[in-house]
Design a binder for this molecule. Structure first.
Ligand code: GTP
Ligand code: MG
Length: 241
């Protein structure tokens, strides 16, 4: 299956080269796309150099409005245009261990969307401080309650989609500009009737580089959830987007 691993980056120069090496080690058949938002630490130039050496490394430089959501949309669009039959999304900071790639890709035999999940048997959230862990647990409870979905790890950004899912939900119509894109895509996939499977992962806290997490981003994310629910209930889904 033609597979693209899409990694959004903002200041990940300390991580990205080693990560790419490990991804090819665990999943030699994939192409890798890095979507960089003009990182001031030189991540973009580093990937340019790597992509010249290896044509299976692709890079998309975004110059205007920065954001995890906007970068994700651009990356998924690129992967579809490239002809991907499966698209993996993962973070650059090693929280998403590439060793799980074979299990995640294998999950596509039973589902259309496969999530790397911290909250199913065998999964874990390791090394995060009490506050970050509590925020994640609360966010999952809140998202399940508001969106009425039976997913254990709704905030996991480590997942795989079949091409058909991304075509059906229409990535260009997504409205989230920040990390809430993760929930919007998941919810949209479920509303469209696709099967979701959760595969256990042990999530390790970022060891190098700087976090882009802050409370503004967190509150924007919380606010997006009832908006998504409202759009779905009022059958404006797809029209307002
Ligand atoms: N292109 C792009 N990528 C981003 C942006 N913000 C974050 N990312 C990337 O999205 C992924 C997740 O961001 P993280 O900073 O790890 O967010 P987090 O996991 O909530 O927080 P920490 O792990 O504590 O840093 C990483 O690969 C980031 O480099 C952005 O504005 N643009
Ligand atoms: Mg992270």
């Amino acid at each position: 299956m033609k597979t693209m691993v899409m990694i959004p980056t903002y200041c990940e120069a300390e991580n990205i080269e080693r990560l790419i090496g490990q991804i090819f080690g665990y999943a030699s058949q994939v192409d890798i796309l890095v979507v960089d938002d003009s990182s001031p630490d030189g991540t973009g130039q580093l990937i340019d150099k790597l992509s010249v050496e290896n044509p299976r490394i692709h890079v998309l430089h975004r110059k205007k409005l920065r954001g995890r959501g906007l970068a994700g949309i651009a990356g998924l669009r690129y992967a579809l245009n490239w002809g991907a039959e499966a698209v993996v999304e993962m973070d650059a900071d090693f929280s998403h261990d590439p060793k799980y790639l074979p299990a995640l890709l294998d999950g596509l035999n039973q589902a259309d969307v496969v999530l790397g999940s911290r909250f199913v048997k065998g999964g874990a959230d390791v090394g995060r401080g009490f506050v970050r862990h509590a925020i994640t647990v609360f966010a999952n409870w809140y998202i399940r309650l508001v969106l009425k979905i039976g997913i254990r790890d709704c905030t996991s950004g480590y997942r795989v989609f079949k091409r058909e899912v991304l075509e059906t939900i229409d990535v260009d119509s997504l409205i989230s500009r920040g990390p809430a894109i993760v929930q919007e895509i998941l919810y949209s996939s479920i509303l469209s009737g696709f099967r979701v499977k959760e595969v256990p992962i042990v999530f390790i806290d970022r060891q190098r580089g700087n976090s882009s997490f802050n409370f503004k981003i967190m509150f924007e994310g919380f606010l997006m959830i009832p908006i998504l629910r409202y759009l779905a209930k009022s059958e404006k889904w797809g029209q307002l987007r």
